[in-house]
Design a protein around this ligand. Structure first.
Ligand SMILES: Cc1cc2nc3c(=O)[nH]c(=O)nc-3n(C[C@H](O)[C@H](O)[C@H](O)COP(=O)(O)OP(=O)(O)OC[C@H]3O[C@@H](n4cnc5c(N)ncnc54)[C@H](O)[C@@H]3O)c2cc1C
Length: 594
């Protein structure tokens, strides 16, 4: 271990918190500018326990950029290929795969971040994961001070003048980063409020189990997280190792209070009543001696994420709800952007105000979209039969109507084109998945607009040109972006490709052919469908937002755009897995019944 002098009390960047956010900011700062002195102040001694184990694939690319993917992979955490849900309408479970399970080939581990593994995520034991990341930040040259609590933030207007530690020592820096998670120590000291814009006031109860079964094994080390609804809440079952699992229950805090039950009683009742999880835990033992852990997890969004010499990222900036399993993705993502922003401010080549407002606007919009999506999930879950009032209230307060078209319009209010300058997205979800989820919850089909059209014409009329940032290789490069009203069309990634194609072609079949050629040169077989779909989703959003005018030419064929290949019922999924390329093993031949 590299020894760190406690005497250093003046650094370029001081980061409060050594969780995923703090380690991501520090590692990327040191990677791209080793000259910067960076210090993490962490109150705990690592490894320390933390809830939040199920990741999304977007994190994997950030781990790779940080140079830590191989270390995380070497820890042999289960590979998350997708998740299985009982949620919405209907009795059957449905699956959401990031990569088609039937295409997932057996591949020895540790593997590299390439091929199919670019599309998967990890399910991590947070004590081990967070420690790997913190040690990595340290190896990159970060001064890591554990068991070091920031006791006081010395605020001077919108500036921070220093951080007073428990010992009385004061740390001074040019930039201060709040990566302190739920504690949000800098944000609160600065008086930056955090709105709790929803009624998602839930409580969580969870425990860890040994000798638990996996519902499904996919290839080598791959599986699906299980999410199961109950009439009064939902449960997660996250495999964390060959036989270790995290199992939790989430329900509204009001409901919990009304039952008068203890956390342990309510948790045990839920396991008893959720037959699949009960079966997976049949031979398992609680590792805590049935000491059920508990926390409240209310969604929130900070009013500001940046100030004169401070930045807020990760959970300190905002949180939606565990149902989306997106907390860590937001933590890594916002932290990466903070690192990039500080690097650019230090270089002094761009207007710092441009950099700061971009971080603030994009970060807050992204968190808000997640909160919106979580509200939709709760409002639309027909299985919450004991929580009808709660669901109706969420929908009413949010102004949400549940028909597929109305729900889609409501979700789209935050905009799609300006989420990600490379491709169409809705928070961390793509447009196709979001749409499929709406169909799944409503039990009705709402198709893509572009399936009714086959001639497309670019419409850039009255658009002004503005600049957004492209965050790559440690640099923020301005990217020209068309702007009309609130809608943005960045000239990068899938957007740019579609604009270039549409400048010369209008016929759907020709466009599709051009996209297929482009994809077959670069993508592995399991990812080709995903690849084409990225472009078609961009086209859908461009039509939705008026950047493209679509027409139906009766003499030409229409497209059949099924973006939901990766979201399907359990029985469809099992059927297609009969011809799987790799090993598939289910815990039960059929999903167990009551
Ligand atoms: C019930 C529940 C379930 C969840 N499930 C998921 C999930 O399945 N998937 C997912 O992606 N996310 C999930 N999350 C969210 C996830 O846990 C967080 O998004 C993630 O931990 C945020 O990382 P962070 O680095 O911002 O904060 P943290 O991981 O909380 O790290 C903050 C660090 O700051 C330190 N600190 C705090 N105050 C001080 C101080 N004064 N001085 C020094 N150090 C300090 C703390 O000790 C801590 O180590 C869940 C959250 C909850 C509540």
């Amino acid at each position: 271990m590299i020894s760190q002098p406690d005497q250093i009390n003046e650094v370029d960047v001081a980061i409060v918190g050594g969780g995923p956010s703090g380690s991501t900011v520090a590692t990327l700062l040191k990677k791209y500018n080793p000259e910067l002195s960076v210090m993490i102040l962490e109150k705990a001694k690592f490894p320390r326990e933390h809830v939040g184990e199920s990741q999304l694939p977007g994190i994997s690319a950030i781990l790779d950029e940080m140079g830590v993917w191989d270390k995380v992979e070497a820890a042999n955490f289960p590979v998350k290929v997708g998740a299985s849900y009982t949620w919405g309408k209907g009795d059957e479970a449905w699956d959401f795969d990031f990569y088609p399970a039937e295409e997932f080939v057996d591949e020895p581990r540790p593997a590299k971040f390439e091929g199919q593994r670019r599309y998967t995520a990890f399910q991590v034991e947070r004590d081990r994961y967070d420690e790997i990341l913190l040690r990595h930040a340290e190896e990159m040259g970060t001064i890591v001070r554990e068991e070091t609590m920031v006791r006081e933030v010395m605020v001077n207007g919108d500036r921070i003048d220093g951080l007073r530690l428990d010992s009385g020592e004061i740390i001074h820096a040019r930039h201060y980063v709040d990566g302190s998670g739920h504690a949000a120590i800098l944000r609160k000291a600065l008086g930056v409020e955090s709105e709790a814009p929803t009624h998602l006031r839930n409580v969580a109860f969870w425990d860890y189990w040994d000798n638990a079964k996996w519902a499904v094994e996919i290839g080598v080390g791959g599986t699906r997280v299980q999410v199961r609804s109950l009439p009064y809440g939902w449960m997660w079952f996250i495999p964390l190792g060959p036989s270790r699992a995290s199992v939790g229950l989430i329900c509204p805090s009001e409901y919990y209070k009304e039952t008068g039950m203890s956390p342990k009683e309510l948790y045990e009742r839920a396991i008893k009543e959720q037959h699949e999880i009960r079966e997976l835990l049949k031979d398992a033992k609680s590792t805590s001696g049935n000491n059920v852990l508990t926390t409240k997890n209310w969604s929130h969004l900070a009013d500001r994420l940046v100030g004169e010499n401070w930045w807020v990222c990760g959970e300190a900036a905002g949180f939606a709800d565990p149902i989306l399993a997106a907390g860590m993705t937001l933590a890594h993502g916002t932290s990466r952007e903070v690192a990039y922003s500080i690097l650019e401010v230090e270089r002094g080549e761009h207007d710092p105000q441009w950099i700061k407002s971009m971080y603030d606007e994009k970060g807050r919009r992204n968190i808000r979209q997640h909160i919106r999506f979580a509200e939709y999930w709760y409002a639309a879950n027909g299985r919450f039969t004991d929580l009808q009032e709660y669901c109706t209230k969420i929908a009413k307060d949010a102004g949400l109507k549940l028909s597929p078209q109305q729900a889609w319009r409501w979700l789209a209010q935050g905009g799609f084109t300006n989420q990600n300058i490379e491709q169409a997205g809705f928070g961390t979800f793509d447009i196709g998945s979001s749409k499929k989820i709406i169909n799944q919850f409503s039990g009705r089909q709402s198709s893509f607009q572009i399936t009714k059209l086959n001639e497309f014409k670019l419409n850039l009329k009255n658009a002004e040109e503005v600049y957004l940032g492209d965050f790559k290789n440690g640099r923020i490069t301005p990217v020209m972006c068309y702007k009309r009203g609130e809608s943005m069309l960045p000239m990068s990634g899938a957007w740019k490709t579609m604009v270039e194609i549409l400048k010369n072609e209008s016929d759907l079949e020709t466009i599709y052919g051009m996209l297929s050629n482009r994809i077959s040169d670069v993508a592995i077989s399991g990812a080709r469908g995903i690849g084409i779909f990225i472009y078609l989703q961009a086209l859908e959003v461009m039509v939705n937002e008026g950047w493209v005018i679509g027409k139906h030419n009766k003499k030409r064929p229409l497209g059949n755009l099924d973006g939901g290949r990766l979201i399907r019922s359990d029985s469809e999924s099992r059927e297609s897995m009969k011809d799987a390329k790799g090993t598939i093993k289910f815990a039960f031949d059929k999903a167990p019944t009551e």
